[in-house]
Design a protein. Structure first.
Length: 309
DNA sequence: GCGACAG
DNA sequence: ATCTTGTCGC
């Protein structure tokens, strides 16, 4: 009877989850492991994946998980899979992965079995990577469990390690004048946790990019830039569209026919002229301390309990 | 008690 | 995350 709907999972569950995060965190590789990641034009990169989970409005359980794969640099959808799922874990800030990752993992494994040739070389994940309470956000979590390079792409700043969406932060955002402008997110601990990135000329609100797995922050930001026709990078945006559309269909709701009047002519992503950008101008001294760490092997995967209900 | 709160 | 309608600018 006494559901913890209002209070969230018990302390015991959070404790287990924290231990699981700490265990998996040891496997995160926060540097480039692929040759294309170091190439200025990302030559060698052909497929970029995106994942997302959308929710059914009045329902706290039903949701749709989607995985899409886009060609690079064209950014055309070459694969998409959506699946209705029943969520078991509640959303708790800092533990998003325990809610979403199991289903995303299934989608990746299904692709691995049925269309291995379409396996993405990197995944853009809705949420944070190392920019996280314990340095292990959903992008790290999915990265370690799939062993795919992953990038964390968050739409809001997770206020962690002294990072605050305060007046100073907002002022820095105001200084991001054009597409590609960015500034580092330096935590109190002295670590660069991620970058705030203006991903599009027509969007004031930045993205918060952080390392997920097997990719440097520099490459992560550069790749994100190359994937942005709009504010949200295409892989994530397409995954979002797919999952919402799938929910509509499954609910038998009226869907938008084809809202395209003129010939579909879409913006190009990758800016060519400037490869560098205006980060850190007129700001406190910011040095790059990558702190490369190696990680042995993925290890075994166990379920860290779904015993809060 | 107050404030924060990725998705 | 989810919902909503209009409004503004090119």
């Amino acid at each position: 009877m006494a559901l913890e709907a209002a209070g969230g999972p018990p302390e015991e569950t959070l404790s287990l989850w924290k231990r699981e995060q700490a265990r998996l965190k040891a496997h995160v590789v926060d540097r480039d492991t692929e040759t294309w990641q170091r190439d200025p034009a990302f030559s060698g990169l052909q497929r970029v994946g995106g994942v997302d989970v959308s929710f059914v409005k009045g329902d706290s359980v039903r949701a749709c998980a989607s995985l899409v794969v886009l060609s690079f640099p064209e950014l055309e959808v070459v694969y998409e899979e959506s699946r209705m799922v029943s969520l078991t874990a509640p959303y708790v800030s800092g533990f998003l992965a325990f809610r979403e990752v199991p289903f995303l993992l299934e989608l990746v494994q299904q692709l691995r079995e049925k269309e291995p040739g379409l396996m993405p070389q990197v995944l853009l994940v809705d949420g944070n990577g190392v920019l996280h309470h314990r340095g292990f956000g959903v992008a790290c979590h999915l990265g370690v469990l799939t062993d795919l390079p992953c990038v964390g792409v968050a739409k809001k700043l997770l206020q962690v390690d002294g990072l605050e969406n305060n007046a100073l932060h907002k002022e820095k955002i105001r200084l991001l004048q054009t597409q590609g402008d960015s500034f580092p997110l330096l935590g109190d601990s002295g670590t660069v946790l991620g970058m705030a990135l203006r991903s599009h000329d027509r969007s004031t609100r930045p993205l918060y990019i952080s390392v997920g797995h097997r990719m440097s922050l520099e490459a992560a930001v550069r790749l994100t830039r190359c994937c942005c026709r709009f504010r949200i990078p295409e892989p994530v945006r397409q995954a979002d569209i797919c999952s919402r559309e799938h929910i509509r269909k499954s609910l038998g709701l009226p869907g938008p026919p084809t809202p395209r009047s003129p010939k579909a002519q879409r913006p190009v992503a990758c800016p060519k002229g400037d490869s560098g950008e205006s980060s850190g101008e007129g700001q406190p001294p910011q040095d790059h301390s990558p702190g490369p760490r190696t990680a042995p092997r993925p290890g075994s995967q166990e379920q860290a309990g779904k015993d809060w209900q």
